[in-house]
Design a protein around this ligand. Structure first.
Ligand code: C2E
Ligand code: CA
Ligand code: CA
Length: 350
């Protein structure tokens, strides 16, 4: 893709190989890496769209479908390059969304949610870039940074909370981790190093994993998760119900929390058996001695339907959207004052 006026000079493969062979070894390696990356991104994009690349090219090459794929490959490469720059230029931020105790309505902890503060596009949600970060491996440094930032910010939330709710369990912090990170975190004692640096009580940290980690290689997952659990942090199974994990082997993993995906929570309003299904999932979690979070609670109607089920926590826009640190600290202070007052007047809010 040309970014400015360009003259195209065709060079055949043979000439290119010849020039490459006689070039400086460093320049040779550099070009090989770039060409390899380009081919890899193109192949992935083709795979994703189920296109056989050589066949498409043989049949006349640059048809519109191929061009689309090529553009998507280039765009992925560009995002990857920009992500690398974003790491160097400190362009990531963490937003926080509260997780609320169902019976009291009091905030119990937060989930850290990554955002990219892009110099031209502003705040970008993770859905746009976490996939590329995972495929390229950049999720490892980015993810470690999120854990660090969450550990650094947690005491600020706890200070505000403790001014009103001293003696209550301390606020916890949930952080999303991708499968690639789990492997690294378990092997290098990286997690323990981060917790030690910030003096974080591991019991207040919950790492959120998704079902694909458990499905892809269950044996390795058990080993890695056991090692991570040994640091004292808790493990939560995120988006439960959207993956392909078999209920029959959930008990093999050292999981503490089950987060019911918002599609099930929304279904309590729209599907005939929606409520029974959520009740069933809660029953399963209880049988496995896991705590339960209802995700994506957006309105009072939904809350009223699920509040009498045996669910520990709720999370969703009804309680609060995710906000940056300072805004969330201010919101937590207001929340603590009003909940402390309400609970003092009516201790059995439920
Ligand atoms: P998630 O872990 O399931 O996080 C919850 C997502 O649902 C967040 O989107 C949140 O803003 C959104 N949400 C919360 N309440 C509601 C609600 O009531 N209604 C609706 N419609 N949405 C709600 P967000 O922040 O865009 O994050 C999307 C996903 O990106 C996350 O889903 C998580 O899988 C991933 N992600 C976020 N931060 C990180 C990170 O630091 N590392 C990794 N590996 N993945 C991350
Ligand atoms: Ca999550
Ligand atoms: Ca989730």
């Amino acid at each position: 893709m040309a970014l400015e006026d360009t003259v195209v000079i065709p060079i055949d493969a043979e000439t290119f190989q010849e020039k490459l062979g006689s070039s400086d070894p460093m320049a040779y390696m550099f070009l090989r890496v770039i060409a390899g990356r380009y081919r890899w991104a193109l192949r992935r994009a083709l795979d994703n769209q189920n296109i056989n690349s050589s066949k498409t090219m043989m049949m006349g090459g640059m048809d519109t479908r191929y061009m689309r794929v090529r553009e998507s490959a280039i765009s992925r490469l560009r995002i990857e390059q920009d992500l690398q720059e974003a790491i160097e230029k400190d362009q990531f931020v963490v937003y926080y969304q509260p997780i609320v105790t169902m019976t009291t309505g009091v905030i119990a902890g937060f989930e850290a949610l990554l955002r990219w503060n892009h110099p031209e596009r502003g705040i970008i949600a993770p859905g746009e870039f976490v996939g590329v970060a995972e495929e390229s491996g950049l999720i490892i440094p980015i993810g470690s940074w999120v854990i660090e930032k969450a550990c650094e910010d947690l005491p600020r939330f706890q200070d505000v909370f403790n001014q009103n709710f001293l003696g209550q369990p301390e606020l916890f912090m949930s952080v999303n981790v991708s499968p690639k990170q789990i492997d690294k975190l378990s092997k290098l004692d990286r997690l323990k190093a981060i917790l030690d640096t910030h003096g974080t009580d591991p019991g207040n940290i919950k790492l959120e994993i998704t079902e694909d980690l458990l499905v892809t290689s269950p044996e390795l997952a058990v080993l890695a998760l056991d090692k991570i659990k040994a640091t004292g942090v808790e493990l939560a199974l995120d988006d439960f119900g959207t993956g392909y994990s078999s209920m029959s082997y959930l008990h093999r993993f050292p999981l503490d929390v089950l987060k019911i995906d918002r599609t099930f929570i929304n279904a309590v309003n729209s599907e005939e058996k929606g409520l029974e299904i959520v009740q069933g999932i809660i029953g399963l979690a209880r049988a496995l001695r896991m705590q339960v979070v209802a995700e994506g609670v957006e309105d009072l109607e939904t809350l009223n339907k699920i509040r009498h089920l045996d669910c520990d926590y709720l999370q969703g826009f009804f309680a609060s959207k995710p906000w940056p640190l300072e805004a969330m600290l201010a919101s937590l202070a207001r929340h603590c004052r009003s909940r402390a007052k309400a609970l003092a007047e009516q201790p059995m809010v439920g």
